[in-house]
Design a protein around this ligand. Structure first.
Ligand code: T3D
Length: 263
């Protein structure tokens, strides 16, 4: 068995990152944080990588922070959780959001605490129908982190955000999709098939246009229409100067599939 906390597979055109602490439902300890950070840095730097696919080993996706590292009977003094967010979780969310290529999350089972919110940070979230999302924080006297208060409020509105956060009620994958929190819930045996098909599609696609699209959509949540029209003008100008755009139009006119070369 591979004991690395993150399994990093470099495939043709995309990378697969699998959280790999299944006996702890892939909850985060420091080693897993550092391995995931290094893997994402490599994905970002690899020009041949057109997409990242994140998933979990075993029956869970990720149960958030490894609470055995927070055992008060061992730790004594309370840890500074603001510091652990600043050191590990916040940079991880920024790394995923800022990745200049699509990040797909295949949620293979329960996603709890920061595990749920890291999934929501990804660009396209597919979940197995058996999976559920739990804002488990209130059960241990914490507040949602890793962007949880932001994703829930933006995607669901205050009523649902507060109910999920305050009650820690598990949200089944199909409801998460129906509520607009994730892209799709799929049959369990189809999860990786569909996630891989998406990754392969992105691997063959116009990477720079995907990066600019992410940038525009992220800007939209803070902008009014006038400001957003300006963002679109500026980013479309850049897209229009790319070789991918020339190739896309040429391929359309020649009635053939485009052969994007990531430029
Ligand atoms: O601390 C900071 O730095 C601040 C940041 C905080 C971010 C956070 O994420 S805080 C929230 C932490 N996560 C949780 O509170 C979730 C804890 N886990 C659960 O509530 C449940 O395990 C689940 C609802 C996720 C799944 O339940 P179930 O019944 O399917 O599985 P289980 O039996 O509870 O778990 C299976 C094993 O994984 C079990 O170990 P065992 O008994 O087989 O040896 C369990 O202890 C272990 N496990 C699950 N979650 C964690 C964990 N071990 C350590 N930390 C966990 N988070």
């Amino acid at each position: 068995m591979n004991e690395a906390p993150v399994i990093h597979e470099r495939r043709d055109g995309y990378h697969v990152l699998t959280l790999n602490r299944p006996d702890r439902l892939n909850s985060f300890n420091e080693a897993q944080h550092l391995a995931l950070r290094a893997a994402l840095e490599e994905c970002a730097a690899d020009a041949a990588c057109g997409a990242v696919l994140l998933t979990g080993a075993g029956r869970g996706f990720c149960a958030g922070q490894d609470l055995s590292d927070r055992d008060p009977t061992i730790q004594g003094e309370s840890p500074d959780l603001g510091m652990t967010l600043e050191t590990y979780y916040n940079p991880l969310v920024r790394q995923i959001r800022g990745m200049e290529k699509p990040v797909i999350c295949a949620v293979n089972g329960v996603a709890a605490g920061a595990g749920a919110n890291i999934a929501f940070a990804c660009d396209i979230v597919l979940a197995a129908k058996s999976a559920k999302f739990i804002q488990a924080f209130s059960k241990i006297g914490l507040i949602p982190d890793a962007g949880g208060t932001w994703w829930l409020t933006r995607h669901l509105g205050e009523a649902r955000a507060k109910a999920l956060a305050l009650t820690a009620t598990p949200l089944p994958a199909e409801d998460a999709a129906a509520w607009g929190l994730i892209w799709k819930a799929v049959d369990d045996d189809r999860l990786m098939v569909e996630a891989v098909a998406l990754a392969e599609g992105f691997a063959a696609g116009p990477t720079r246009a995907y990066a600019l699209t992410k940038q525009a959509i992220h800007a939209a949540s803070a902008n009014g229409l006038e400001d957003q029209l300006e963002v679109e003008r500026n980013l479309q100008r850049e897209a229009g100067w790319s070789d991918d755009y020339k190739e896309g139009v040429k391929a359309f006119l020649e009635k053939r599939p485009a052969n994007f070369r990531k430029g």
